[in-house]
Design a binder for this molecule. Sequence first.
Ligand SMILES: *Cc1c(COP(=O)(O)O)cnc(C)c1O
Length: 389
Amino acid sequence: MQSFHPPRRILMGPGPSDVSPRVLAALSRPTVGHLDPAFQDLMEEIKAALARLFNAPDHVCVPLPAPGTAGMEAALMNLLEPGDRAVIAVNGVFGGRMVDMAGRAGAEVVRVDAPWGEPVNVAAVEAALASGPAKVLAFVHAETSTGVRSDAAALCALARRHGALSIVDCVTSLGGVPVDAAAWDADVLYSGTQKCLSAPPGLSPVAFSRRALEAVAARTTPVRNWLLDVSLLMAYWGGEGGRTYHHTAPINSLYGLHESLVALFEEGQQAVFVRHARMHEALVAGLEALGLQMLVAPEHRLPQLNTLRVPEGVDEAAVRTRLLAHWDLEIGAGLGPLKGQVWRIGLMGASASPWHVRVCLTALADALGAQGRQVDLTAALDAADAHLG
Ligand SMILES: *Cc1c(COP(=O)(O)O)cnc(C)c1O
């Protein structure tokens, strides 16, 4: 065997996003014990920073030791017991994954579908909640498979009105657009580190409300998965001064998350959201100048995940292959019913920069040109630059 040296890529897909040099440097600092006093200080800082980022001052916020899907699993497995009714909104891949998991938890799942490329249908969710008492309403705030933002405030308010606990998938939204647990009065929110937080994959920040913790305490059966049982986890993450062993925290990954949070608050949350929005406007202007069309209606678009239609007669996969081979640039393909129909361009975290926008437009123009399409790169860069200032 030999040491592995990965190629240098530009990550503009649906995650992971580019990891900044300062986060990579933090990951390589010396490993300490997970009960070391110095490490416990770091844990407290991470909890406080996550509470700020979720705007969840009254929630319990911790990073789970596994990727975003673990946050989803923790939310559903802690709140649901066999026979509980769960209303789950599906408008892309990740809502579908929640349906599968809730079924495995033994819940009676009421699935509310919306077409891929459109937000969750609030009226249809309301009808499902009104049709019988539900313990949980779960939905995806930022659907990464389509690039659509749903109305989290309205959906969480519906859950409250109907006495259900809300579960909000914020894997792609956290750090890219505002997430506001307090204003939404949301119960369980979860995210991932490799999307807009621009740390490596492998951790899932979660927030549990008091109401959610009371519901877990009132269960008649134990949570089925031991590692993600929030009551056991909190004896480790919650016990200031009196921590006991639960699992060995991924020490160095947490250094990376901590550094990415330091960077985010140094820049300022509002500034980070404005940067994502500006890069999105610049990219869309450039793409349209290349003659390309966006999938999602402007009012529902996510700045951090841009879905565009593959033009008639263009080989979708050949374009991505050329972007990677000639430009070291990774973008995403379509999933499910959008397979072969769209590309997904991420502008997440450190990948939301003017340089990324310009490189992406240049590389796409090259790849489209290689397919015999007439495109005007100068016009595209000018259109983007009008937003980059
Ligand atoms: C990426 C993603 C997940 C899953 O996260 P992993 O880190 O891949 O496990 C869940 N929900 C959404 C909306 C995502 O974008």
